[in-house]
Design a protein around this ligand. Structure first.
Ligand SMILES: Cc1ncc(COP(=O)(O)O)c(C=O)c1O
Length: 380
């Protein structure tokens, strides 16, 4: 049997479809203190830093857990207790950062735009100039809530110009969206193993500017989320402070080999872009209306406006596709009802075409005509 016969097509924001070979890399039991495992940890850290052009300026500090653990660990480690964060908010993951900051007791304010509107770098500059107490800006690269691509290069330039530090959540973009730390100054970039890197869940990491990390001793609000302490221990012993997710790390090592073999970040980004283009064209062809215009859409996940035809039943379509091995995702934008279809993971346009075929059949079975939209709604 091939990969294609056995796997689920997860058109979600993660966990995602992985290759057989990545899953097979988890069949070995590693001792966490064995030299080969210590080497693997060091290798992965170096490879992740290199992916963003940060080998000289940044270090990779991995942390056990899902992506949110890495976000919480990075904010808690880098923002001093008397620091203040401006969060650029246009979706759920920015709002989650605000919640984290409130819980860990760091001052913050938000610069909010609608979920289909990127933050305005000029407004960011204005807010920074108006409030010298702000030490950090936190932003999300691709806001997975809608799939919008935020203008990180322009934001990073505005933040650097104001002499502040940028913390970037690139959870759903890292490994596929181009990011060059030499040209886009970020104090930290946060991501996880199980999105565009095509590993499995259980590991997050931050690439952190060396000087900032060295100065962060004592900031953290929690022992297990103290990235300074994690870093010091890793540098000194090569080991993790607490039980590492050994199998997840082995899978990520293999996934990084497969990223290299594919042609690195540009090739992966191009495959996802193709998936996204085929998906968007196919959905439009069926009459679905898309939440974002082409110019704002990251090649990560597509938000589809919920058809108004009462015959359209998303749960029914979801269940039908699930039984056929294709997994969609509910919507998350708050502005209107929607559902989402992802384009990342070990999938290609053949899988996307298969998913489109299943969606078309589901729509036909429900008796929905051209996705139940009026021409005006379709254009909308
Ligand atoms: C942009 C972004 N940030 C943070 C997270 C949180 O990651 P996790 O669900 O692994 O905790 C996600 C998850 O999809 C995300 O897309």
């Amino acid at each position: 049997m091939t990969d294609r016969d056995t796997r689920q097509i997860l058109l979600t924001p993660g966990p995602l479809t992985t290759s057989d070979t990545v899953r097979r890399a988890m069949l070995h039991d590693w001792g966490s203190r064995s030299p080969a495992f210590i080497e693997m940890t060091a290798r992965i850290r170096d490879r992740l830093t290199a992916l963003a052009g940060g080998a000289d300026s940044h270090v990779c500090v991995p942390v056990q857990g899902s992506g949110t653990f890495a976000v919480e660990a990075t904010l808690g480690t880098l923002v001093p207790r008397d620091g203040k964060v401006l969060v650029l908010s246009n979706g759920a993951y920015c709002r989650r950062m605000v919640r984290i900051l409130e819980i860990i007791g760091r001052a913050c304010e938000t610069c909010e735009t609608a979920e289909d509107t990127p933050p305005d770098p000029a407004e960011v500059a204005r807010r920074l100039n108006a409030d010298p107490a702000i030490t950090h800006v936190a932003a999300v690269h691709c806001e997975t809530t809608s799939g919008i691509l935020n203008p990180v290069e322009e934001i990073a330039a505005a933040v650097a110009q104001a002499g502040r530090a940028l913390i970037l959540d690139s959870m759903s973009g890292f490994g596929a969206l181009p990011l060059d730390l030499a040209a886009t100054p970020c104090q930290a970039v946060i991501a996880s193993a199980n999105k565009c890197l095509e590993g499995v869940p259980g590991l997050g990491f931050a690439l952190i500017e060396k000087g900032a990390l060295a100065a962060a001793q004592g900031n953290a609000h929690a022992l297990s989320l103290d990235l300074h302490d994690q870093w010091i221990t890793m540098e000194r012993t090569g080991q993790w402070r607490f039980t590492p997710p050994t199998h997840v790390i082995a899978a990520l090592d293999r996934a990084l080999d497969e990223l290299d073999a594919e042609g690195g970040v540009p090739a992966r980004g191009a495959r996802y872009r193709r998936n996204c283009d085929v998906l968007r064209a196919g959905l439009r062809e069926m009459g679905f209306a898309l939440f974002l215009g082409d110019n704002l859409q990251a090649p990560v996940i597509v938000t589809v406006r919920m058809p108004r035809d009462p015959k359209f039943d998303f749960d029914r379509m979801y269940r039908r596709l699930f039984e056929r091995g294709v997994v969609l995702y509910p919507g998350a934008v708050t502005q209107e009802k929607s559902f989402r279809v992802g384009c990342i993971g070990r999938i290609d346009e053949t899988d996307i075409r298969r998913a489109l075929h299943e969606i078309a059949e589901a729509v036909a079975v429900m008796g929905v005509d051209r996705a139940g939209l009026t021409p005006a709604e379709r254009a909308g």
